[in-house]
Write a protein that binds this ligand. Structure first.
Ligand code: SF4
Length: 451
């Protein structure tokens, strides 16, 4: 550190109750937001990221502390914040949880950044330097053309995947999703040359595009994705990657072809349910538009390009019964979905689902902030509409057991190999399934919260 430099410590807390995706190196995700905050910090600051994804927090002296948190890590964030504040070191919190529950977060820190960091973090630093730190910093949704690339050099070197963001926002409005509230409904796209430079700068061979839909839902977003994939091919970047997408990508063979040539191995699609009533419950319009009877054809289109499908499913929609949970599991086992992410419905603050369940008195796990640690998509934290919490917990335990059994994983591997004709894709699917298996093995049975 250069003498006279101020010290900024940025912290990524982990859930101490459940390790989840931290159990395997393959499924750890970089705290991208902290890398962007670091990039927005002016010269003259020495910046360090303390990342509990790799090592439990140990106090490190600082002039200013920034902590990010999702709902499931909020309580841990507050514990760490208390340690700094007890020593008189100011703490600024940001991220999706503090943005959605600013009053709660302000009980535990000195200031919050509500919403995206660009345009707000620069003012935090300026005010801190002038001794006039305010309590709340907000900014309009920034134009991503001017967003700086994240400081990947500050992330822990143990991450297998580099995270890259090419756009923000989602025009859809799914009931359970906090993305529109945080990033808005309008697509904001980064300059593709800047994204390509960022990709070229990271040493990781493996990439995760964190966008909510890598090709978006309109022509401008599609053209943006095409420029990105063509640029990766032209520059011979030799990366392998996966991204989140929606079913609309299955209708774009030209884009799928380019995606595959640029290194795409897997697409995460929010399938949520095979049952249209459940899709209606959650306002999942894009899947309803396709129709569940066309899922199979969509998987085939994606497979034809050597790309495997990571299907995200939800257990615990309002129309779900114990029988429909069994049907969902049977559908997953019988379908050509290659990798399964099965989540328990979780009402996150900032979503319509949370507001509705709170009004209806259905949030059972409500001793906050301590019980935020259960909002990690494996525990039942609410009262389902058509079954008991115990039935939902048992149903998802049974689903995890079947979906992640070694027998299922072996069968899925052979099927993926057959469908994609790509050993790389099948190995990707195998590894991803092992990630979910370890999450499943950690999951304990029975519903026991909120008594
Ligand atoms: S779940 Fe996906 S499609 Fe739905 S609002 Fe969230 S990001 Fe958009």
């Amino acid at each position: 550190m250069v003498t006279g430099q101020r010290r900024l410590v940025l912290i990524n807390p982990a859930n101490t109750y459940r390790k989840g995706y931290l159990l395997r190196r393959q499924s750890k995700q970089v705290p991208l937001g902290l890398g962007i905050v670091a990039a927005l910090t002016p010269p003259g600051w020495n910046i360090k990221i303390l990342d509990e994804n790799f090592r439990e927090f140990r106090f490190r002296d600082a002039d200013l502390v920034g902590i990010t948190a999702m709902t499931a890590t909020a309580n841990r964030a507050y514990t760490i914040a208390a340690e700094y504040r007890a020593k008189g070191i100011p703490v600024v919190m940001g991220g999706i949880h503090a943005s959605n529950l600013p009053e709660e977060a302000l009980n535990h820190c000195d200031a919050i950044v509500s919403g995206e960091a660009e345009g707000a973090w620069e003012r935090v630093i300026r005010d801190f330097e002038e001794g006039t730190l305010q309590k709340v910093y907000t900014s309009d949704l920034p134009d991503m053309k001017t967003s700086p690339p994240a400081r990947h050099d500050l992330f822990h070197p143990g991450y297998l995947f580099a995270s890259i963001q090419t756009s923000r926002g989602c025009p859809m409005d799914c009931d359970f999703c906090s993305v529109p509230a945080f990033n808005g409904h309008k697509y904001r796209l980064r300059d593709t040359d800047s994204v390509l430079d960022e990709i070229a700068s990271v040493p990781n061979k493996l990439l995760y595009f964190v966008d909510d839909n890598i090709i978006g839902y309109n022509q401008t977003a599609e053209e943006h994705a095409i420029r990105l994939f063509e640029g990766m091919i032209r520059r011979n970047l030799r990366k392998e990657w996966f991204a989140q997408a929606s079913f609309n990508i299955a209708e774009k063979p030209g884009i799928l072809k380019l995606a595959a040539r640029s290194g795409c191995r897997m697409l995460l699609i929010g399938i949520e349910s095979e049952n249209e009533d459940a899709l209606r419950d959650t306002n999942k319009k894009i899947n309803l538009k396709l129709g569940t009877s066309n899922y199979r054809k969509a998987f085939r289109e994606i497979h034809q390009h050597g790309i495997n499908v990571l299907g995200a499913f939800i257990y615990g929609m309002d129309s779900d019964t114990p029988g429909s949970l069994r049907n969902r599991t049977a559908y997953i086992l019988g379908s050509s979905v290659d990798v399964t992410q099965a989540s328990v419905m979780t009402p996150l603050p900032g979503t319509r689902l949370f507001t509705r369940m709170k009004e209806e008195g259905r949030i059972l796990c409500d001793k906050f902030p301590e019980q935020w640690q259960h909002f990690h998509f494996s525990d039942v934290v609410f009262r389902p509409a058509l079954m008991t919490p115990e039935e939902l917990a048992r149903g998802t335990d049974e689903a995890y057991r079947q979906i992640t059994s070694m027998g299922t994983l072996r069968r899925k591997f052979i099927r993926t190999l057959w469908n994609t004709r790509s050993l790389r894709s099948a190995v990707w699917a195998w590894n991803s399934n092992l990630n979910y298996r370890s999450v499943g093995l950690e999951k304990d049975s029975a519903w026991k919260y909120g008594e």
